[in-house]
Ligand binder design. Sequence first.
Ligand code: 2P0
Length: 348
Amino acid sequence: MKCTAIAPTNIAIIKYWGKEPEWEEEHIPTKSSLSFTVKELYTKTTVDAGEGNGGLEFHLNGERKEKEDQAYEYVLKFFERLRRVVPEIGNYDYRIISKNNFPTAAGFASSASGFSALVKAIAGVMKEEKWFEEYSGEKELSVFARLGSGSAARSIPCKGGVVVWKRGERKKNVSETSYAESVVSPEFLQEISIIYVKIQEEEKKIKSRKGMKMSVETNPLYWEWVNYEEEKLLPETIGFLKGKNFKGVFENIMKASNNLHQICMGTYPPIIYLNEKSREVIERIHEFNEEEIKAAYTFDAGPNAVVFTTKGHEKKVMKMLEKIVGKKRLLLTAVGEGPRYVEEHLEV
Ligand code: 2P0
């Protein structure tokens, strides 16, 4: 049985950075997060499943991954966690072929599109099986993707657009209630341009998984940040998006990015993801916004920037970024839809 899915990456505008120490294994976040589904950056994954007992063969970007590779270990761990929720998953052997159309682990969220494409493709393979029925809803698939990588939960909703991943209800079954859903459709945000600014190609020094754990454990202001964003910044940003108050949205995006990097800086030892070029992007955008807020930047666990603006200002912003990194390092895209199935399978 074979199935192929394409899933987009997402860029967080209100960040996820830390798991609840009690539920670390299930990737339960300390706070909710918010993201844009990205139109042109995606992972395509073919899952081929046959009767077996959990065997795994994994190919990523044309390379067979072996047991000692971290990517293989991540996928293997994901299957272990998934089997705890869905034991039937263990009754097959899997061959997974996966391809990103962008660089892996360079600050662009490859694990988000990677695990969401994998979960969608598994769901496609299993859809005829009676036992799978109770798991086939979007909520359930978002929970499954989360078990692979937290941010992958946000690349599951089919509608895409703006997606919120909820921290989950602590008093109920927290794992079942920490999933993502669309809150604003991509059509509603057609005016928004998203520009990926490739500042550095090398893999990041401290992986997110390790970095966020260090922040939870050592930053004395960590929980204050969590409460502030959960109570104020996130609900306010959703309100601004629904009202197309882009000035408000952009301002909050920049604040949320700055907050994340402040949390990283206050970690011990400090985690410094931004470099000189990153800081140049920040400064140029604030200069550009002097009279009125027309653009925003955000940075994840690396120096690469993602810049947002509206169609009317796109050309000027592109020119400005070109001067910093050169034309070839810019990728212009937009808010897009969620994952989908395709007929054409990937071959080894
Ligand atoms: C985010 N990042 O919200 C934040 C902002 C990086 C900075 O989600 O351990 O790969 O697999 O749950 O999802 C990157 O962390 O971490 C991330 P795991 P993940 O997009």
